[in-house]
Design a protein. Sequence first.
Length: 233
Amino acid sequence: MPRDLPGASLTQTAYERLRADLLACRLRPGERLRIADLCAALGVSLSAVREALSRLTAEGLVVAEPQRGFRAAPISVADLRDLTAARIEIETLCLRRAIASGDVGWEERLVAAHHRLSRTSARDPADPDRVAEPWAEAHGAYHEALVAGCGSPWLLRLRAILYAQSERYRRLSLPLARTERDLAREHREIMDATLARDADRAAALLTAHLQLTSAILLDAEESAEMPALAAGR
């Protein structure tokens, strides 16, 4: 990595790479984040890593422990349940508002985002237990497009925070599903109901979609397949 970049650029680079690793669970929930190791891995200064970790702490993705440094935010059954409930409340509210006021441009962007998602493979060919990064990006863009017409910047900011927090759980759920989810059908049906301006059906489908990811992890925790989740209880 170039070392002649301005300090702000180095901090932004460190922030973006660490955030991506946290969301993808390459940095596992609860893992200690040693600053010296991160500096070496990222090729940036101590101050850049510290600033990046401070930003991620403010987002709730990193925990700062007095006298002990930083740790990737842990996960837990209680947090998963609370996060899922909060996300359903905010995301369905945004969706209902988008259906009520979204224009044709919003519809076009939603169709385009769904098309991109439907044409992108979900699993990483090098590691089938991991989500492919292009799919993760397309998935995030699809869910953002669903609610983009809601007209409330504050609601959209809250939704984005909750989405980022839920991303770690969703990534962990992929290899734990006992049956293969028909994600393509789930996404298509949500889009179809949204474009039909059927707010009740769209909200119900989105709720079921979000609850299923939570259920996969909770089922895995009950059968001791997810010790990290059980440990954070």
